[in-house]
Ligand binder design. Sequence first.
Ligand SMILES: [Zn+2]
Length: 515
Amino acid sequence: MRITFLGAAGEVTGSCFLLENNKKYLVDCGIFQGKSENENEAPFPFDPKDISGVILTHAHLDHSGRIPKLVKEGFKGKIYATYPTIELCEILWLDTVKLMKEEVERINRKNLRSGKPLIEPLYTEKEVEMAMKLFEPVPYDEMLDLNDIKVRFRDSAHILGASSLELWGDNTKIVFSGDVGPQNNVMEGTPSIIEGADYVVIESTYGDRLHKSLEDTRKEFESVILEAVNSGGKILIPSFVVDRAQRVIYEIMLLSYKYPFLTKIPIFFDSPMGKKVTEVYERHSNLLSGEIQKYFLEGISPFQLKNLRFLSTPDESKSINDLDMGIIIAGSGMCTGGRILHHLKHNLWKENTHLIFVGYQAEGTLGRRIVDGEKKVHVMGEEITVRAKIHTINGFSAHADQKDLLTWTDNFQSDPTFIIVHGEPKASQTLGQLLQLKGRKTIIPTYAQTLDLEKKEIITPKVTPKIDVYSLISDLENYIAKFKSQPIPQDMDTYSLLNSALILLKEIDKRSTNI
Ligand SMILES: [Zn+2]
């Protein structure tokens, strides 16, 4: 088996790995963003017709966004992915088509005037439609046999449906981390434990950084929201529409329990994709963390609040321009486009506006310029003075930080070689050094580098052990009884978590006896 790194090597975008066993496969086929954006136009360095299948870790565009282009250029194989990934891909790809169409029309108007040749979008709705037909849904934890290779998708707790991959071929086992979530991801729980591999291709987005703790992040969010609400102006939250926006809504719900007056503040999720993405999260809530599932089991969606309205059309979005106060969650997360722009244009110059960043702001983006303290910025072709109060909350990441990545690698009981990808050079190198200190072998591949994967040890796929739900329930009931009988003041958070676990287990028990 051999692997060639055709993206996410020395950078965080454009994930694409060519795997050759008897047949050829791609693991992910994402778009390049930021400085490498122009590479999306370049032809693939292989013939798409020769690829038997794409194995897709998750829906984020930097992992999935070039698949319709692959189809346009002749790919006819299958695309393997989890159910939520398939549903999210359709929403994200169609949104991309719309944005690309608008951008191409704008450029072509200029090109016509200057006599330059007209350009075409990377792909259109037609290719998205064709790609959707090639999907083959794969459940988590089941063995997928493609004759020359076997693949198992494991929950990576990054966004809904995101997976790490265990892949066997030629007596060699390679694991792809995909994007890994934090060890305690509020939305998706804990990444699956994988214990054996010959090679592990691991992401390193935050290989050189630590996130704030959940407790500190929630305290920070609470004080910012209270300060902003008290000032009486609009609160703008630029956010990724998949996962981050739902998380923000959930965090606001938690705050509303503590401060009931927050239920009187109008909240808007302003995005053409917002409602559809949230529905995918609700439909597959069984894959989310216990903390989130607890609400669904009680009949409450933590992504729907009485005072929350989804705004889909541009007219609905404009209708809130004259409103004095309210919380507006809108894409894009880094203010590079989307509905957030017109809200910034109308509110950034007002002193009582609060702008809360809940995600990473890459260099060169409008979000980053505002975070860096620029006093005048260009928004939709107009110069706007920044008078709004700016806040940044950095703890909501859906990516593992350095500590989480090391914990994830500690699960490997075999002695694999870690192939470090999906990170800026400094992040990948730092993670590599830390792994070497732990006695691990590491490689940081460069773009287009090929590695021959040699058989090291035979690892037979393990069957996931059956869980004895009944004995877990009785153990937990005993534990809760002991916990309640303690005379000292009890930790109510732990107590309510234990109770949630019990509710979940009983629900699992009920469902499994119904089958
Ligand atoms: Zn991702």
